[in-house]
Design a protein around this ligand. Structure first.
Ligand SMILES: C[S@@+](CC[C@H](N)C(=O)[O-])C[C@H]1O[C@@H](n2cnc3c(N)ncnc32)[C@H](O)[C@@H]1O
Length: 234
């Protein structure tokens, strides 16, 4: 693919830092979903979900290829990466709805807070953060109750093709006993990917994995109000 120098294409994955509040909203997470559950967060990025949900009693493992780096390096990178992600969103402010946050300043404050929490947690509890990458996770079958995947699949459909998406979704299903939840279903420019979503749902159905679409209470990119759920076999 062509990477433009004008800042319109993200050359590298953003390592973003969403908070538990954002994960709760994106993934419709209830207290019951969190308490005492084994949860996978992949990609974990610099999100504070693992730290915050663990404090509430969930047993969270975050997986991301960046976790091959030392905890000190991950902690040091969290702030500049968050500033890159915040700058990207603010530069393209018209693509987003800001009402959930209250405004751009509040959005930046939430992300900076999440990055700081991640940096602290990765230093003090490094065992929660496992190096690995979709579509082949370093986990046995059924290792988790719930798998969450935010802002990799669909978001980066410019470089991840349909076969990658299918293999990654099958993998998330393999490691979760109850559900895998994926959000958003748009790419990072906010373009809808309905054909890709339909194709993947058909392929998953043919493999015996049932899926559903569910409205979320969260919409950052305009129109990003839907979560894909993969259900465990009955
Ligand atoms: C935009 S961040 C999302 C982080 C977090 N889920 C959030 O919403 O804040 C995307 C992450 O995907 C990671 N990533 C890239 N390729 C991956 C792969 N094949 N498997 C898992 N994670 C990957 C990147 O390292 C980056 O941290």
């Amino acid at each position: 693919m062509t990477h433009h120098a004008d800042g319109e294409v993200l050359d590298e994955y953003l390592v973003s830092a969403r908070s538990l509040a954002e994960y709760r909203a994106m993934f419709h997470l209830s207290d019951e979903d969190l308490t005492g559950r084994k949860i996978l967060d992949c990609p974990g990025g610099a999100a504070s979900f693992a730290a915050e949900a663990s404090a509430l009693g969930a047993e969270v493992t975050a997986i991301d290829p960046i976790y091959a780096a030392a905890p000190e390096e991950l902690a040091a990178r969290a702030t500049p990466e968050t500033e890159r992600a915040v700058a990207w969103a603010h530069k393209h402010a018209e693509r987003y709805r800001w009402d959930w946050y209250g405004g751009t300043a509040e959005h930046a404050a939430i992300r900076r807070g999440a990055a700081a929490r991640f940096a602290d947690d990765v230093r003090t509890t490094p065992h929660r953060y496992l190096a690995g990458a979709l579509p082949s996770l370093p986990c046995p079958d059924d290792a988790f109750d719930l798998a969450l995947s935010s802002h990799l699949l669909f978001s980066y459909a410019d470089r991840l093709d349909a076969d990658f998406h299918l293999a990654a979704l099958v993998e998330l299903s393999r490691v979760s006993t109850v559900e895998a939840r994926v959000y958003p279903l748009l790419d990072y420019t906010g373009a809808p990917l309905d054909d890709l979503v339909d194709h993947l749902r058909t392929e998953l159905h043919d493999k015996g994995i049932e899926t559903s679409l569910c409205r979320t209470g969260y919409e950052f990119h305009h129109g990003a109000d839907t979560m894909l759920t993969l259900h465990a076999a009955a």
